[in-house]
Design a protein around this ligand. Structure first.
Ligand SMILES: O=C(O)CCC(=O)C(=O)O
Ligand SMILES: [Fe+2]
Length: 320
């Protein structure tokens, strides 16, 4: 495991159990401090004692294995005709890092069924008819609901570490927020071409991402000061939490850090990302009232459309 490239740049593990059992305790205040510290340095931390059961993780792992093992013909039928964050995506359909080869991963996205107001971002889930609902649909729905509750807690911890009020993110988590559950599968990488990555270097678009990864390893975070890559130790008992662009824009202090995935293991790598992209009507402007660095205020919806669009345009560029 490479050493952190600078003493400040680490991915600390934070036990959030004390916060979940009593948010007003002194131990909970320590949790808030540790998380706030991580957000201003590496923008990444791992949480343990998060309350999501191992049993549910096991069901989701089995679901992902069954899903990605389906024949390609069947998976192709799960590609959503218009929505970019529902259904199946073929291996190589995204290029997260311009100038690299198409990402060596396949994935499947779910949200829930509530909202119809944003037809490019929200709509019905797609499930493979050949898998019994007990295998994928029911565990995925339960997992989505439990991860939403956990994400709300983490956002509350983040709010408590900032000077804008404990409920500053409540509007963001209201009004049918977009929260995408993505199951990912990375085959073992055999190519030594430096341009081949599982997921090219990128920042996440939303407020936070809660990432579960299996034991394969392969997630790397870039130290913005030295440019060196730090491997994030896999721990299936934990979630890796990373700050996305929205939280970075609001705070001007929390880091939306560049990361990537290369599956160097001999077996397929499975991970599950839960992207908290939130209330699409919320404006992305600094919470202290200052001008945004870009000089332009976008809504969460505009920002997501912009970033999603880029990811697919990069693929078109690789095809000349
Ligand atoms: O699969 C992983 O470990 C990370 C995936 C990721 O960074 C993403 O999908 O944004
Ligand atoms: Fe990411």
């Amino acid at each position: 495991m490479p050493k952190p490239s600078s003493p400040y740049f680490q991915v600390p593990t934070v036990d959030i159990g004390p916060y979940l059992s009593d948010p007003s305790s002194l131990a909970a205040a320590d949790v808030v401090d540790a998380i706030g510290q991580a957000c201003t340095t590496s923008g990444f931390f791992q949480i343990v004692n998060h309350g999501i059961s191992r049993e549910l993780h096991n069901s989701m792992q089995r679901a992902a294995e069954a899903l990605f093992a389906l024949p390609l013909e069947e998976k192709t039928k799960l590609i959503h005709p218009t929505l970019t964050n529902r259904g199946y995506e073929l291996m190589g359909s995204q290029v997260l890092q311009p100038g690299t080869l198409p990402d060596l991963k396949e994935h499947m996205d779910f949200d829930d069924e509530r909202v119809k107001r944003h037809p490019q971002l929200m709509g019905p889930n797609v499930f493979p008819p050949s898998l019994d609902s007990q295998v994928l649909q029911l565990p995925a729905e339960q997992y989505h609901a439990e991860l939403f509750r956990l994400a709300c807690k983490v956002m509350e911890m983040l709010a408590k570490g900032l000077p804008y009020g404990d409920d500053v993110f409540v509007p963001f988590l209201s009004n049918d927020p977009v929260c995408i559950l993505r199951l990912l599968h990375y085959p073992p990488q055999t190519s030594s071409d430096k341009r081949q990555l599982g997921a090219g270097a990128h920042t996440d678009f939303g407020a936070i991402t809660l990432l579960w990864q299996d034991n394969s390893g392969g997630l790397e975070v870039q130290d913005g000061t030295t440019g060196l890559w730090l491997a994030v130790e896999p721990n299936p008992e934990s979630y890796v939490v990373n700050i996305g662009d929205m939280l970075s824009i609001w705070t001007n202090a929390y880091k939306s850090t560049v990361h990537r995935v290369i599956n160097r293991a001999k077996q397929g790598r499975y991970s599950m990302a839960y992207f908290v992209d939130g209330n699409t009507d919320v404006e992305l402007a600094p919470l202290d009232g200052s001008e945004p660095a870009t000089g332009q205020i976008m809504t969460a919806e505009e920002y997501m459309q912009h970033r999603i669009g880029q990811t697919y345009r990069n693929v078109a560029a690789t095809r000349g």
